[in-house]
Every structure is written in C-alpha cells, then in structure tokens.
Design a binder for this molecule. Structure first.
Ligand code: HEC
Ligand code: HEC
Ligand code: HEC
Ligand code: HEC
Length: 320
C-alpha cells in the first residue's frame, strides 16, 4: 500500500501549475495519470518496470502501443488514461517513459546477480529497487482473473467475460437448480440504456427513463425512497477536473445509512478522500468498481471543469 501512497504525494507535488498545461514530460504525465493503474497493475494493467508484464506487448511494436494508449483498449485501458486533456504527444512521451523503464530493468537484474559473484562490494546498499514491481499489495490478489468475486474492480472485465450467465458468474451456486432458472443478464439487460463500462448498462438512465422500476421496500410495495438533491463539489489539486458527488443519483438507489456514518461523515469536506483509497476499495471505491460504474470512468466523477484563471507565477514556477 505504501508505494501507492507515495505515488499520490508525487501526484500532488508534480501537478501544481499543471492546469495551464505547458507541455509536460512523459515522466510527469505518467506520475499524474498513468501511475494510478500502471504502478500496481490495477485491473491487469502492465506494471511499470515489470519486464514480464511488458514482454508480450513490446512484440506488437511501439506504434501499436502509442495507439492503444491514445485511443484506449477494450480490455480496460481508458483513452489517454482517462485524462483527455493530455495531447497525443504527451501520451506518447508517457509510453516512452514506461517502455524505458522496462529496458532499464535489464541491467538491474544483472546487478542482482552480481553480489553473488562477489564483483560488487556487499556494503553497497541496493539503491532504489527501480526494476522491482513497486507493489506487494496485501489485499486479495487475483483481481484480473476475477477468482475472488469481491476483489477490487471486478467490473473491469475483458470482453467475453462480461455479464456471464448466473451459473458461471462466480457469485451464484452452480449446483443449485434455482441458479439455472435465473434470467441471464444479457437477456435481462437487452432493452436498457447502454454504457461503456461495468456491466454495460447505464443504471442511472434506466431508472430515470423508467425502464426499470425497482421496489424500494421488500415488504411495502408502496414505499418510496427519500431522494435528496445535494451536490458536493470536491476540489482536486492538479489538472483533473473537480469531483461532483451527487446525492440525487445515489439516494434514488441507496438509503442514507448505506453511506452515513460508516463510509462518510455527513459533513462537507470532513472526509479525506483520495484516488488511492478509491482504488483500494475504500470511500467511493466501496461501491464503484464493485456494484457501480468502475474507476475507469474518470469523467463521470471528475465532471466539473476548473475555473482556470491561475496566476502566471504558477506557470513560470513550474520547473519542468
Ligand atoms: C484506469 C486504469 C489505467 C490508467 C489510468 C492507464 N492505464 Fe494503460 N492500461 C490499463 C489496462 C487495464 C491495460 C491493459 C489493457 C489491455 O491489455 O488492452 C493498459 C495497457 C496499456 C498499454 C499497453 C497497450 C497494449 O496495446 O498492449 C499502454 C501502452 C498503456 N496502457 C499506456 C498508458 C498510459 C500512457 C497511461 C497514462 C496516460 C495509462 N496507460 C493510464 C489501465 C490503465
Ligand atoms: C453513496 C453515499 C451517500 C449516500 C447514500 C448519502 N450520502 Fe450524504 N454525503 C456523502 C458524501 C460523499 C458527502 C460529502 C462528504 C465530504 O465532503 O467529506 C455527503 C455529505 C452529506 C451532508 C453534509 C452536507 C454539507 O453541506 O456539509 C449531509 C447533511 C448529508 N450528506 C446527508 C445525507 C442524507 C440525509 C442522505 C439520505 C437521504 C445521504 N446523505 C445519503 C455520501 C452519501
Ligand atoms: C454505497 C455505494 C456507493 C458509494 C459509497 C458511492 N457511490 Fe456513486 N453510485 C453508486 C450507485 C449504485 C450509482 C448508480 C449506478 C451507477 O451509475 O453505476 C452511483 C452513481 C454515481 C454517479 C452518477 C453518474 C451518472 O451517470 O449520473 C456519480 C457521479 C457517482 N456515483 C460518484 C460517486 C463519488 C464521487 C463517490 C464518493 C464520494 C461515490 N459515488 C460513492 C453507489 C455508490
Ligand atoms: C467514483 C468516482 C471517481 C472516479 C471514477 C475517478 N475519480 Fe479521481 N477522485 C475522486 C475523488 C472523490 C477524489 C478526491 C477529491 C478530493 O481531494 O476530495 C479524486 C481525486 C483524484 C486525483 C487527485 C489526487 C488524489 O489521488 O486524490 C486525481 C489525479 C484523480 N482523482 C484522477 C483520476 C483519474 C485519472 C481517473 C480515471 C482513471 C479518476 N480519477 C476516476 C473520484 C473519482
């Protein structure tokens, strides 16, 4: 968990003055956007400086990798990492930075072997373990395979693995006859508004267009939710747009007690929320990536453009 933490600090540090957006180096773009997934390998993203992860991709050639990074892929790489304010050139520079990490990883492996041969003074402390995958996450690991159904981000599934029929979804018991009587999701979702993420249904639109009419109370068919229309804006440092948290869309589905007070203290600004926490399945990540749209949909949360009048000092002060 620690490396993610450090990473977030560097995100904050590097992003001052970035709003005006003078061209950024590949390293900066990586730190501000790509590292969110590529440091720890979220959702199967090839990890920074991990030769094993990158080997099969390198074979496709750099132009293909630029293309995937700019346009995104069906297997979970969002276009430009979800931040479309980056220029194509900046995204390419970030790819170059990532590829360089894999190339520089080779000498490091050699260095590891060296002390055994006695060629390197043993006293020399290993500097930064640049080639080591930065994270040994303590949480249940097999997210990419979906073996653990509660594992982080099980909504970021490869094509063909989405919305499997109930006996194959890893949630329902295949040995129970009732499971086979359930309507498969693909059939059930056929008439609903589409989205590009999660289980490919836009649930907010499905509800507001009355395509579905879920019962609020299991026993009382006439009960209605208490819908509260209150937006909370959370300012985000750096170049990402601010986050608008809408109570309306949430309270149409959820009870106040689903969030208050266990996940969020009901007071604006009283909760420390970070992307790292969300990626680890805390705060907004208790639901998003599990039962609500996943973190790849940056724009749905980061929906408020910044008022970009920043003092010119910020630009000139930015060292890189
Ligand atoms: C929300 C998580 C996420 C973010 C943020 C993200 N990536 Fe990815 N990336 C992925 C995943 C998941 C894959 C593997 C998808 C696949 O195999 O197609 C991937 C794959 C890639 C690949 C390999 C594509 C291929 O064709 O093999 C490149 C290159 C890449 N990302 C570059 C970037 C760059 C550059 C950024 C920052 C501008 C970035 N990524 C940000 C999740 C992310
Ligand atoms: C999906 C989670 C969620 C649900 C459900 C939810 N809230 Fe909230 N609520 C939040 C978040 C997030 C904040 C902002 C906290 C912050 O900024 O630190 C918040 C803030 C608040 C605030 C503080 C507003 C302010 O200006 O200080 C009140 C009051 C509140 N909620 C009441 C409710 C009530 C009443 C309900 C049910 C009708 C409800 N909430 C349902 C997540 C939720
Ligand atoms: C208790 C579960 C839960 C928590 C916690 C939660 N959400 Fe949600 N959120 C949902 C559900 C369910 C929906 C509606 C289904 C969907 O869009 O996938 C939703 C919808 C949304 C939408 C509406 C998108 C649209 O299409 O209009 C936004 C924006 C959003 N969430 C942001 C957040 C943010 C930001 C946080 C953290 C501050 C958060 N949510 C925390 C469950 C949750
Ligand atoms: C479910 C809602 C949600 C989604 C989806 C989401 N974010 Fe965030 N993000 C947040 C919240 C909430 C914060 C904390 C804002 C604050 O400081 O109060 C945040 C903060 C950030 C920050 C500031 C540094 C930090 O870690 O706190 C960055 C950078 C960021 N997000 C990038 C992204 C990128 C890139 C994506 C898409 C790959 C993304 N976010 C998707 C809700 C979301």
């Amino acid at each position: 968990m620690k490396p993610l933490h450090i990473l977030v600090l560097s995100v904050l540090g590097l992003s001052f003055g970035a709003t005006a957006h003078a061209a950024q180096s590949g390293k900066d773009v990586y730190a501000q956007t790509c590292a969110l997934c590529h440091a720890a390998g979220v959702a199967g993203a090839p990890r920074f400086a991990n030769t094993t992860d990158w080997a099969p991709r390198l074979a496709a050639g750099t132009p293909k990798l630029y293309d995937s990074a700019i346009k995104g892929t069906a297997k979970g790489m969002p276009a430009k990492g979800g931040n479309t304010t980056w220029s194509d050139a900046e995204v390419k520079a970030a790819v170059d930075h990532m590829l360089a990490s894999v190339k520089s990883a080779k000498p490091d492996t050699a260095a590891k072997a060296a002390p055994a041969g006695g060629a390197v003074p043993a006293a020399e402390p290993a500097p930064l373990p640049a080639a080591a995958p930065p994270v040994a996450v303590a949480t249940p690991a097999p997210t990419a395979t979906g073996a653990d159904v509660n594992a982080f981000n099980r909504l970021l599934k490869p094509v063909g693995k989405r919305n499997p029929p109930p006996p194959e979804d890893g949630i329902h018991d295949p040995s129970n006859d009732g499971t086979h009587a359930l309507l498969p999701p693909l059939t059930a979702y056929a008439g609903l508004p589409k989205s590009f993420a999660g289980n490919r249904v836009n649930w907010v639109d499905s509800l507001s267009s009355k395509k579905i009419n879920p019962r609020w109370d299991r026993i009382d068919a006439a009960a209605d939710p208490i819908v509260m229309d209150l937006n909370i804006v959370r300012e985000v440092k750096g170049s990402m747009p601010d986050v608008v948290y809408p109570h309306k869309q949430h309270t149409e589905w959820l009870d106040c007690s689903n969030c208050h007070p266990a996940i969020f203290i009901p007071q604006k600004g009283a909760n420390a929320i970070s992307m790292a926490a969300i990626l680890m399945g805390e705060k907004c990540g208790v639901c998003h990536g599990k039962v609500a749209f996943p973190v790849s949909e940056c724009r749905l949360c980061h929906s408020k453009k910044k008022d970009i009048v920043r003092p010119a000092v910020a630009q000139t002060a930015a060292p890189k």
